[in-house]
Design a protein around this ligand. Sequence first.
Ligand SMILES: Cc1ncc(COP(=O)(O)O)c(C=O)c1O
Length: 456
Amino acid sequence: MTDADLLTDAAARAAAYLGGVRARRVEPSSDDVGALCAFDAPLQNQPIAPRDVLAQLDSAGSPATVTTTGGRYFGFVNGGAVPASLAASWLVSTWDQNVALRVMSPVGAAIEDVVLEWTRDLLGLPAGCGGAIVTGATMANMTALAAARHSLLVRAGWDVERQGLFGAPPLTVVVGDEVHVSLLKALTLLGLGRERVHRVPVDGQGRLRADALPTLDERTIVCLQAGNVNSGAFDPAREICQRGRAAGAWTHVDGAFGLWAAASPRLRHLTDGFADADSWSTDGHKWPNAVYDCGIAMVRDPLQLRSAMTATAAYFAPTDRREPSQFTPEMSRRARGVELWAALRSLGRDGLADLIDRTCRHAQAFAEGLRARGYEILNDVVINQVLVSFGPPAVTLAVIERIQRDGVCWCGGTSWQGRTAMRISVSSWATTDEDVALSLDAMQSAFEGCRAGAEA
Ligand SMILES: Cc1ncc(COP(=O)(O)O)c(C=O)c1O
């Protein structure tokens, strides 16, 4: 079998998989998950033909995937993969470029420059930002916060990259009580500690309360959120950024998905004021529906990011142009910017705005449909996130479990301001009105099934 035959085989298998995603279960069956034990074998001594490796992967692996690309996956905040991004990822894998340095991948570096600029523009961020393409918002938060740490400590006369954190002047980190756990993880990785943070109370939608903000100073990093993972709510950015700026603090925005509302003329107002911050993180694999994985960090002053990330070695031969790895935690790195570029290129501004508006419209349809069936919606549905209660906590949990098991759609659970809730996150380009209708029916029959089970 030639390389071309092998890739044709892979394409045929992928096409067959994609052709079936609308019809198949969303959560894989327990039998299919059980069959994964086929992989649980010691590594053999002899090589195996690539064709046979692929056949095993497809026959035992494909059935055990969660159907996140089919239009009825509403778990976490997971985008589907728009076709151009998926196809581009095949080409990127074939190229096998390492985008550490421009000389290693002129194409990877050039396209990364372009897509960073497109992203900055779509998010309405200031011209001249420095950017990095990383694996996701967690790493984007870490990357941007490393720039914040560098900048505030340099101003305090401390070179953290050279001297480390032991003995450094202390920094204060301020977050809303609804901070996403990934931001706390980023703080942990940076030695800023997940429990040393000052947590500010939030309102009924999870928005940080500006009136409860502590006094800020030039050793404070304030972390805002554009799009709460549960409610979709946006922190009051304009006032807090202004206060941060006046105090000499650094304001960072975790905008993993919500920041993309800026790309929709209808929703842009929700992101008012966020451009006044000093750094931002977001995801390409969430709302823009680039293939996994893709996160983006942006920093107003590129020098701060570069100073936090740069590493030099005699064999690097730097140029006077942007060298990708001088802005990222990683050295070697896949050309994942190309996959985001392909997603945005295929959608265009109008297609992206339509994707964002459409998913929000589906979220409204879920909220209205569930309310009409007598269930309680716990959040103001401002973007693509819906929180629903089916009654007492045990009932809601049982309904969630049954929805997942029935396989028509997939939603996860959460706890929202003391209430047990089911989360519906409509983040995929593939979701249709029919998917929403089918899913509403599945939710209703899961509820009825639970009630019948309880009465029996
Ligand atoms: C607000 C927010 N921040 C950060 C993250 C983490 O993103 P990732 O999983 O891409 O690292 C998420 C994930 O849903 C999120 O909603």
